[in-house]
Each structure stands twice: as structure tokens, then as C-alpha cells.
Design a binder for this molecule. Sequence first.
Ligand code: SF4
Length: 362
Amino acid sequence: MNNRRSTTPVRIGNVVVGGDAPISLQSMSKTDTRDIPATSRQVQTLADAGCQIVRIAIPDMEAASALGAIRHQTAVPLVADIHFDYRLAIAAINEGAHGLRLNPGNINREDHLKKVVRHARDRDIPIRIGVNAGSIAHDYFPGEPVPERMVFLAMDQIRMLEEMDFRSIKVSLKSSDVLTTIEANRLIADRMSYPLHLGITEAGPPLTGGIRNAIGIGQLLTMGIGDTIRVSLSGEPTLEVEAGREILKSLGLSTTGASLISCPTCGRTTLDVPGIAARVSELVRTIQEPIRVAIMGCVVNGPGECREADIGVAGGDGKVLVYRDGVFAYSVLPETVYETIATEIDRLLTARSSVKYDKDMR
Ligand code: SF4
């Protein structure tokens, strides 16, 4: 998007958020942080799926010290999610957190907040201020619309950090209501230049939540608003990453990972498109290489989509047409289509990696 809002970048480990940096993808671990093996495994699974920043909850000191152990087992930057207790923030920073998610207003004493800010500044890590519509106090600007109240609260929190001369800030304004989230982010985007972390919170299970996030995040991104995204879903965390990547890819903001094109099927279908698409979707889940695979039920729209794909199949009369790099290559029987696609994906990835290898050796 060439209308991207100008923001002051912050760095979270090896990931830059804001400025000209590509829009990054993040998620949150759902394990008990104190369970170091389980959390490390989940963080790595998220990283393998393409997650660039992982947030982990720090509810107590044991979790803060677990963060130190988890950090050494992954290269992905970790953000410590802290509420209320400044000592947890300091412990997480000391354990090597690459960023904090903490609301200054939740730290009761100014001297405690100053300590957190001093530690964050010393370690050069940013703080994300996060306002959730559901947690605004009832008596906070009660007559104002919810998006305005969210913006007021975020600006209050920002001011608290700025008064301590701390500006390595990232901001999120989230609601479970899509239109409220859009409006709040649209409003705050005009009032400050810190990077925005987008997401619809408490969005629901994968289908509902995926749609809500796609509409909310997608709408804001098309306005040029947003620097990093997290799709919140009640479900497996890698789904959040996959959904987030689909949002970015749909808007031309990422070329990472496989794109699957498949038709809805109709009375002309000669192929088990849903079954094959589900298997291929599973197969390509962790592929980071940008490949486009088309699975089409017949020759009405099949050849057209296959010509735009790296690998395409279109159902035909008793056989299935297979396309490579947009060109018809050969036909196979319908019952071997999945295996054919899997073999073609292998071939494509091997060919691309040997081209890369040759380039690197030159
Ligand atoms: S590609 Fe063919 S089978 Fe698939 S929806 Fe279109 S017309 Fe129907």
C-alpha cells in the first residue's frame, strides 16, 4: 500500500515495527509459561509457521524466570505480557524480554513505573500500550462513544511514558467489535505517530474470529493504518499466524508462504476439490516459499486459474489436467491428484532452492 501512515519505528529483537518495515505477524503462546518445555515448543511452532514476534504471559515470578530459559531456545523475539506488578516487568526485562506489553496506568506508583521505564530504556526495548474496550472503567468519560474513550485512555497512557522521556512505544486499541476497533484506530492514527498493533480481540473460534479479524485488520490496512498484526482466535495458535498471513497476502502486503486457489465446485465438478484442497492446505502449512497452487473442478474456469499458478490441476473428462508454471504439462487420473500435487510442490521447492544455492555460490 502506498498510502501507509508514517510512524516512528521501534525494534523488537531483530524485528522492526513501523516506519518502512514490512507489516509483521505476531501471536501469543497459549501454554502455561512456567512449563518451559511446552512453551518453548509452542513458541518454536509459531516461529516455524512464520510468526515473527511471540508474546507470552507473565503472571508471576516463576513465569518471568521461565522467559529467560525459553528465550535461549528460540530466535524469535519474545514480548512479556505484564499486568499490574512492576516487579514482573523488571524481572522479565532482566530475563531478556525483547519488548513489554504493559499499561503504565496499571502500575500504581510513579516511582515503580519510573523503574520499569529505566530498565526498558537501558535494555533498549519498547513498551506496547494496549487498550481493550472491555476493560475501560465505567466512570472514564462515560458519556463519550467507546472508540473515543479508547483513544483518550491510550493517549493518557502514552503521555505517562512521554513525561518520563520514553518514546519507544507501540500502541494497540482492540475491541471484540469490529467497527469499534476500526474507528478507534482510525481516530488515534491522526493523533500520534507511534506504530499501531492491530487485531480484533476475543474474536471467537477460527471461522468467526478469522472473518472478524480479516474485516477489521484488512479495512485498517487498506487505509494505510497498522504496522504489525495479531489475529486472536480461540483455537490452535498457528491458525492465528496462518490467518494473519492470509490477510497480508490478500492485500499484497506479504509474499511469504503458499497461496491456495480452489473453486467452490458445482454440478460440473469432476474432482474432489474440497478433499484435495484440505490435504494440500495441510501439506503447505509451514512452507514459507511463495508458491501458488490452483485446484479446480473442471475446464470451465480451471485452465484460466491454472495459468496464473505455479502448479495447477483442472478436472477434465475422466482425467485431470496438470499445469506447471502456468503451462499444461500432462494429465493424470483423478485418484492420483493429491500425490501429483505433492510431487510437483517438491519439485518446485527443490528447483527454487538450487537456483538460490547457485546464486549464493556465485
Ligand atoms: S471451476 Fe468448474 S467445477 Fe469449479 S466452480 Fe467453476 S465451473 Fe464449477
